[in-house]
Write a protein that binds this ligand. Structure first.
Ligand SMILES: NC(=O)c1ccc[n+]([C@@H]2O[C@H](COP(=O)([O-])OP(=O)(O)OC[C@H]3O[C@@H](n4cnc5c(N)ncnc54)[C@H](O)[C@@H]3O)[C@@H](O)[C@H]2O)c1
Ligand SMILES: N[C@@H](CCC=O)C(=O)O
Length: 554
């Protein structure tokens, strides 16, 4: 490990955080139920901005983060972080920069490793409960996100930086020592984070901070409380107070003003974004307009939307393919960027008695949907009224375009934002719900003729602007190879006989290409490369004392 200390340290062994399963009467179920009750009873919580080492008192109109499963209840309230507060946050982050980047890596790493242990231990139930109540996840979905994935990002992140720092030039000429130093960026990193994974919010700030950057964090308004808990955990783990500045803000004009202030600053050095494609593109355009203001070329890292696909070959294990389609499309109400949205099934398997269609309908009809604190519910609410309306309007558009709804197709937003798991069958493979991201539990299926397998691969490749995740179910190796080649650029994540969701840190580096993002692969060493400025250092032990070359001698 690179460190200015008088030793080369080794990190503790890193592995994936084992999942807890929350079976009835298990200690983890009992702890989580107690935490859910206590958290709800004490809500709403005021979440302050945290700037210049301290909490900013409430001011101006308050925004709220409702509980999506019963939207009359508020989990958290927060004030708007103004452009003036944003400027103060930038100055205090820049003032903290030198001490932070000069802290030995072993000490920076220790902070994030301790934070991981706090997430997976002392605060596991709390961070899961906040993700359930605030973002509408059931216990299992909260566990794999807020407990396991977050701890994994923090631990594997430390390991990946350790590996990055060992990347050194392989050759030294005689009398020369070549080194490469991985400096932090010259300025601050701006992290703008999404609602759907507590872990992603934590990772978007932890990645730049681990390699010595100072960070401004604008969390999603619909994940404000869980993001605040993550920030508190980082502070408890020993993160110096000004390394990350926390700036909650409602969406709309206030966010645009905050963002404008941050990306207009001379020392804006990088954007770490996850969210929708249109927001990332608009940020990129605004940043391009500001190019002459900056000291350096800002690093642009953005993981964005998807229209993820599952291709079923006639040789597939039909039940496995149907069950994984259900998990891929409807876990967390289809609100994973990786969620399955377009399904391609050969007619022979779709129409067979007891075949794909029958299994799909029969199994989806068994799905229990309701409040997140009723553990039997496989599905809960979508995140907001906006999202509910968007899902319903896409279902109506699909029907108007001739799509047939074979399951679901309705919703109920009277107490929570519940959209039923919906399957649409379309005869037009380029119809609107095959093309545009909905980000809800709406799956569109196209039934292809068995002999058109290759044509279907080309169709998948050319249907949307996105290329995030995709999967094939096939027991025919030649067909799998054919699809692998034809669909090489149709996704950044390709799964064979597995669903298109559920990437695990340390196992499947995550990211998509084309309109789905810059594909810098969260959960791998390559993401850290984006937030460092390498400096090559050459030291010559015995410099020449004559300018002439031997070849100049007579
Ligand atoms: N590819 C990935 O790794 C990945 C992972 C998770 C989510 N996502 C994508 O994220 C989206 C869902 O998350 P979301 O609803 O939070 O996304 P979003 O784009 O609405 O919001 C993301 C962040 O951007 C902020 N924001 C919104 N409007 C803005 C604007 N005009 N200017 C600047 N910032 C703005 C939000 O407040 C939030 O912090 C989906 O498109 C999903 O596919 C992608
Ligand atoms: N690790 C997750 C990332 C989802 C993004 O929203 C998955 O692969 O499903």
């Amino acid at each position: 490990m690179a460190t200015p200390s008088n030793a080369s340290y080794k990190l503790p062994k890193i592995g994936n955080e084992p999942n807890l399963h929350y079976k009835p009467d298990s200690p983890e179920r009992i702890a989580l139920v107690a935490e859910l009750k206590a958290m709800e009873a004490a809500a709403p919580y005021y979440v302050p901005a945290f700037v210049n080492g301290k909490e900013v008192p409430a001011s101006g109109p308050q925004s709220s983060q409702p509980m999506p499963h019963k939207h009359a209840s508020t989990l958290a309230t927060f004030s708007t972080s103004s452009p003036e507060l944003t400027s103060e946050a930038i100055e205090s982050a820049l003032a903290a920069k030198s001490d932070w980047e000069n802290m030995p890596f072993s000490d920076r790493a220790a902070i994030f490793l301790k934070a991981a242990d706090l997430v997976s231990g002392k605060y596991r139930a709390k961070i899961c409960a906040a993700t359930m109540l605030g973002q509408g996840k059931n216990a299992w979905q909260a566990e794999i996100d807020a407990a396991a994935e977050l701890a994994d990002f923090l631990r594997f992140g430390a390991q990946q930086v350790e590996q990055l720092y060992t990347m050194q030039p392989p050759e030294n000429a005689p009398g020369v020592w070549n080194r490469v130093e991985y400096r932090a960026l010259e300025g601050f990193v701006f992290a703008v984070t999404p609602f759907n994974f507590t872990a992603i919010g934590g990772n978007l700030v932890a990645v730049p901070a681990l390699v010595g950057n100072v960070v401004l964090w604008k969390p999603s308004p619909t994940a404000t409380y869980a993001s605040w808990l993550v920030f508190q955990i980082l502070l408890e783990a020993g993160l110096p107070k000004n390394v990350i500045q926390f700036l909650p803000c409602p969406n709309g004009d206030d966010t645009i003003k905050l963002v404008d202030r941050a990306i207009s600053h001379k020392y804006f050095a990088g954007l770490h974004f996850t969210g929708s494609t249109h927001v990332f593109k608009s940020l990129w355009k605004s940043i391009a307009q500001n190019m002459d203001k900056y000291l350096s070329y800002p690093r642009m890292v953005g993981e964005t939307g998807g229209k993820n696909w599952q291709l079923v070959h006639p040789s597939a294990d039909v039940r496995a393919a149907a069950i994984q389609a259900i998990r891929g499309a409807f876990e967390y109400q289809g609100q994973k960027c990786s969620a399955l949205a377009r399904l391609y099934v050969p007619r022979s398997l779709w129409e067979a008695k007891g075949g794909f269609q029958d299994i799909l309908i029969e199994e989806i009809n068994k799905i229990a949907q309701g409040p997140v604190d009723a553990f039997e519910n496989f599905m809960g609410p979508v995140i907001s009224q906006f999202s509910y309306d968007k899902c319903i309007s896409y279902i109506e558009k699909a029907k108007a375009a001739g799509g047939e709804v074979i399951v679901g197709g309705t919703g109920d937003d009277s107490t929570g934002f519940y959209v039923k798991p919906t399957v649409i069958v379309t005869k037009d493979p380029r119809s609107v719900t095959m093309v545009e991201e909905i980000f809800g539990p709406v799956l569109t299926t196209y039934v292809y003729e068995d002999e058109d397998f290759e044509k279907t691969c080309t169709l998948i490749d050319t249907t949307t602007d996105y290329a995030l995740t995709g999967c094939i179910f096939s027991t025919d190796r030649a067909a799998t190879v054919k699809a692998n080649n034809l669909l090489r650029n149709a996704s950044g994540m390709f799964y064979i006989n597995d669903k298109c969701t559920g990437a695990v840190v340390g196992q499947q580096p995550f990211g998509g290409a084309r309109g789905s993002g810059t594909n810098d692969k969260a959960g791998s060493m390559s993401i850290f490369m984006r937030f460092v400025q390498a400096r090559s250092i050459k030291e010559t032990f015995l410099p020449p004392t004559e300018f002439l070359y031997p070849s100049n001698l007579a």
